[in-house]
Design a binder for this molecule. Structure first.
Ligand code: NAP
Length: 313
């Protein structure tokens, strides 16, 4: 039998991988679908998985690891992992909440500012040498607008706080009203969309929130409204969003997340009223290091029989 107790699964950077390897005897798999191909003697000894990625990690994959006790996810969103299947097998799941809130909120604001002030077109005008020949069309004032957050969790609150600093009126929808003096709660995304200029989705992903923002909410947002999504592509009805952007029934979108990343719907590429980012919300050196450290802390706690740092189940 091999001495590896940790399976490093997914596209980790060289630095992340060597930190995990230095801490625990390890084996590797490029993704969940490769785990069954590991030699049985290796699989039999693996007690923990450090997982990075969005490919589904379901019960069938867990069954290939008979000694599995924990799946430590790199990221706060663990919708790729079938937590019910993990529960049924007595497997713990952990994630990396909190440490990435600032970066994801910063990116949301960056995309919103970029869209409202047309930074991509402005940059292109300067680079092209055509500045003397034509002016950038006037764009849209950002400060002082009305913002609505869909899902006022950890990241949603950071976004709302930043938007409040931009003198925006803050509205939100979540399953229950929060203690947020001065901010207005709405029971659902449609009633929120009617009130605001900017609607920012900060929900968890997964089946329960699929298409949470749908056709009706997009219609309520209207031709001056902008949809921002930093959560998961699944939380908005993407086909309806593309129709709304192409037909101008909403004003624009700022998106860091999509269905089928990175092979997203090619209709997105032609949109001039959208700012598009390659799912880079937590993508800074500092935050990715903090996420890797929290993931490793969870793995080590499990292997040493201590309480998990950030359990999900
Ligand atoms: P969080 O604190 O758990 O907040 C999640 C929000 O989702 C809460 O407001 C919660 O609403 C809502 N929610 C959960 N289940 C729901 C349901 N069944 N129906 C309606 N609302 C539901 O999570 P977080 O740390 O802020 O992270 C949010 C998400 O951001 C992550 O799950 C991940 O998908 C995404 N994310 C994206 C990036 C990126 O790179 N773009 C990076 C990190 C995270 P209640 O207030 O009603 O409980």
């Amino acid at each position: 039998m091999s001495d590896a107790v940790l399976l490093i699964c997914g596209p980790f950077s060289a630095e992340e991988r060597s930190r995990l390897e230095a801490a625990h005897p390890s084996a590797h798999a490029a993704g969940p679908e490769e785990i069954a191909d590991l030699p049985e003697a290796v699989r039999a000894g693996l007690r923990a998985v450090a997982y990075k990625g969005h490919a589904p990690f379901g019960g069938g994959v867990m069954d290939a690891l008979p000694a599995l006790g924990v799946i430590a996810n790199y990221g706060v969103g663990y919708d790729a992992i079938d937590v019910a299947a993990a529960d049924a097998r007595g497997v713990k799941v952990t994630n990396t909440p909190g440490v990435l809130n600032d970066d994801v909120a910063d990116l949301a604001l960056g995309m919103m500012l970029s869209l409202s002030r047309n930074l991509e077109a402005g940059s292109q005008l300067v680079r092209s040498g055509e500045w003397a020949e034509r002016a950038l069309p006037l764009n849209r004032k950002f400060s002082g607008g009305k913002a609505g957050i869909v899902g006022l969790g950890r990241i949603g609150r950071e976004i709302a706080d930043r938007l409040a600093a931009f003198k925006m009126e803050i509205h939100y929808t979540s399953r229950s009203e929060k203690d947020t003096p001065g901010w207005t709660w709405h029971a659902d995304p449609v009633s929120l969309a009617r009130e605001v200029d900017w609607m920012v989705i900060a929900l968890v992903g997964g089946k329960e929130t699929e298409n949470h923002v749908g056709t009706e909410a997009l219609a309520a947002l209207g031709p001056d409204g902008v949809l921002v999504n930093i959560s998961r592509g699944s939380t908005v009805d993407e086909a309806a969003l593309l129709d709304a952007l192409e037909q101008g029934t909403i004003g624009g979108a700022a998106l860091d997340v999509f269905l089928n990343e990175p092979d997203i719907d090619p209709r997105f590429r032609a949109l001039e009223n959208a700012v598009l980012q390659p799912h880079q919300g937590s993508g800074t050196v500092q935050t990715r290091r903090a996420m890797a450290e929290l993931q490793l802390a969870n793995v080590t706690a499990f292997l040493e029989g201590r309480a998990l740092e950030t359990p999900v189940n």
